[in-house]
Write a protein that binds this ligand. Structure first.
Ligand code: AMP
Length: 423
């Protein structure tokens, strides 16, 4: 058998898993302050949830989905992103019926069949949130602020990050603009790549995302939606910017930021980082999707949200030298002087754990010297030495690994004394 994880996937070994849990805890605490509650949706959905929501002409749907037929003959897709599932769940459970709003967040794996490279995986992990049922621009500002605060809380320096924002218009101004970009592409078809030419017919705005330098050069001359927003969209965008200014969140207006998905309307945003990431430099992003629930046959229900990627965030944290505080694997190490004391040591370890202390001990009859080495490796600050003399006197020796001081403590007082030494 092939004992390697599939291409584009990675095992999360303890150090990385601990960082993932740190991100989740940070999200949980921060998002709760803004009124967001957790939601878990299935890792797979009926394929239609994504084809309809994200759009047939997007890269995700046309190239990257893990789609298969289940044994019942249904077309099933592993979720490539979280928003479509959350909106489907909100509709199914009437979370936004009768004008109610819902603020939800999620964390978990996503699946896209992409060409793996640094910061680009086939199974990757996202944290995201969605605010459903509220059209007001203050929500756009709130969502963007939460995203930036999240990176602040992780310790990523603001100067390492770039927040890009744009408005994609709505159903009043975007179709007209789309047609204008399509015409522009047709007028410049000779200089543009084949894919961009095709985009004129399917998804013209995606031509702004083309990585081909000649295409970028030509597209930099294309008409900008910013100049053609309808009055409502322009006013909405102006309020978002005003509230970001008031919150001291700096941003760069990028009129070519269109993001990959069809469902966005009005505000879109992306956070980019240079250090540590190479070409996959977006660590998070999102936007407003006021028509998505209607796509699913539900009532018109505004919404917006963001998603941030764990792997890229971690690379950015490493590049910035951010250390994730990990708990010591053992605070106290119980060392046995001879194997005959194994039962006494086992009982002591258990008592200390019941008192809330992280404890490790030797189960394998190793020498005292190698037990001390193990205590060091685990980061134990105290070693409880269980020796025949001590046990006979109803005591053990506690060694402070920092000061190297030792003291004899009676068995009943060990938890308290150990805690004092641990500080
Ligand atoms: P998107 O849904 O494409 O806007 O992605 C949101 C965030 O998820 C991005 O900013 C990345 O941090 C992360 N992300 C997206 N695709 C991948 C991938 N294939 N591998 C790793 N992270 C990804």
């Amino acid at each position: 058998m092939n004992a390697r994880a599939p291409k584009g996937t990675a095992d999360m070994l303890p150090e990385v898993a601990r960082t993932w849990e740190h991100l989740q805890r940070t999200a949980q605490t921060l998002f709760a302050r803004y009124g967001y509650a957790p939601v878990y949706t299935p890792l797979f959905e009926h394929t239609e949830v994504f084809t309809r929501g994200i759009g047939e002409a997007t890269d995700i749907v046309s190239k990257e989905m893990y789609t298969f037929q289940d044994k019942g003959g249904r077309s099933i897709t592993l979720r490539p992103e979280g928003t479509a599932s959350v909106v489907r769940a909100a509709l199914e459970h009437n979370l936004t019926a009768n004008g109610q709003s819902a603020k939800l967040y999620y964390a978990g794996p996503m699946f896209r069949y992409e060409r793996p490279q640094k910061g680009r995986m086939r199974q990757f992990w996202q944290i995201g949130l969605e605010a459903l049922g509220m059209p007001e621009p203050s929500l756009d500002a709130e969502v963007i602020i939460v995203l930036m605060r999240f990176f602040d809380e992780l310790g990523l320096p603001r100067e390492n990050m770039r927040l890009l924002i744009n408005s994609m218009g709505d159903e009043a101004c975007r179709p007209v603009y789309r047609d204008r970009v399509a015409s522009f592409i047709r007028e410049h078809s000779d200089g543009l790549c084949e894919e961009c030419n095709r985009r004129a017919e399917t998804n013209p705005l995606r031509a702004f995302d083309c990585k081909n330098p000649q295409c970028s050069q030509i597209m930099s001359e294309a008409p900008l939606l910013r100049d053609e927003l309808c009055d409502d969209c322009a006013a909405h965008y102006a309020t978002v910017k005003r509230l970001l200014d008031a919150a001291g969140v700096s941003y760069i207006e990028d009129p070519s930021l269109v993001r990959g998905l069809d469902y966005y309307t009005r505000t879109v945003f992306e956070v980019q980082v240079d250090a540590g990431l190479g070409s996959q430099n977006a660590i998070g992003g999102g936007g407003r999707y006021d028509r998505l629930m209607q796509e699913y046959g539900g009532p018109a229900t505004p919404g917006l949200g963001f998603a941030l990627g764990f792997e890229r965030t971690m690379l950015a944290m490493q590049a910035a030298g951010v250390i994730v505080p990990g708990p010591a694997l053992a605070e106290v190490y119980v060392a046995l002087v001879e194997p005959s004391l194994a039962d006494a040591a086992f009982t002591l370890a258990q008592e200390l754990r019941d008192a809330g202390i992280a404890v490790e001990m030797d189960h394998q009859g190793r020498s005292l010297k190698s037990q001390f080495k193990q205590a060091d490796r685990l980061g134990a600050r105290v070693v409880a030495i269980v020796g025949p003399e001590e046990i006979a006197a109803g005591e053990v020796t506690l060694r402070d690994m920092t000061t190297k001081e030792e003291s004899r403590v009676s068995l009943g007082d060990i938890a308290g004394q150990a805690r004092t030494l641990l500080g």
